[in-house]
Ligand binder design. Structure first.
Ligand SMILES: [Zn+2]
Length: 178
């Protein structure tokens, strides 16, 4: 039987493996690597425990942050206890609008997101909040994204109770960088 087809780009290798179950990758290092399909699946019953209100909040269109009851440091993520002073926190509602603090384009990702590459991730900063939220930035081309760009939250309907239930889009369409 003939060898599986050979490709120089791994993207093409993946396509062929999806179609035929095997392909050969012409590795820039000079080797020819046989790549096969190896299905892998696991079901994990996961408890969010004390982080549960955060994910229930996303389902209602609220992003909940955590505020220290003692020093009032405000986290843009679920955090049961303060990293600054160790005291318990309470939930508070984050603004639905924020600004891009920094961002990156992902050309590779975990299994679930691989088919969506390339995509953009942003660290979003919120007025009056001391830490950042990492989230997907949608609806904007790389050339149009900039530090300080105003973004607003959008929520998946129906929710899947995952952090990806929230993502961000440009708050002001068509407005360019100053
Ligand atoms: Zn504190």
């Amino acid at each position: 039987m003939a060898d599986p087809k050979k490709f120089a780009r791994f993207r093409d290798v993946m396509k062929e493996v999806n179609r035929k179950g095997a392909a050969i990758y012409k590795n820039p290092a000079g080797t020819q690597d046989l790549v096969i399909m190896s299905p892998y699946n696991i079901k994990y019953i996961h408890s969010y425990a004390q982080d549960s209100p955060f994910f229930l909040g996303l389902a209602k269109g609220d992003i909940l942050g955590s505020e220290c009851k003692n020093c009032h440091y405000r986290y843009a993520t679920p955090r049961s206890h303060c990293m600054e002073c160790g005291h318990e926190t309470k939930w508070f509602r984050l603004p639905r609008e924020g600004k891009v603090h920094s961002w990156t384009t992902c050309y590779f990702g975990g299994e679930e997101f691989l088919k969506e590459t390339p995509f953009n991730l942003a660290l979003v900063e919120f007025e009056g909040v001391d830490t950042l939220l990492l989230s997907r930035l949608k609806g904007a081309k790389e050339k149009d994204i900039f530090i300080g760009m105003k973004v607003r939250a959008q929520f998946r309907r129906p929710p899947r109770y995952l952090i990806s239930d929230v993502s961000f889009v440009p708050a002001e369409r068509g407005r360019s960088r100053k």
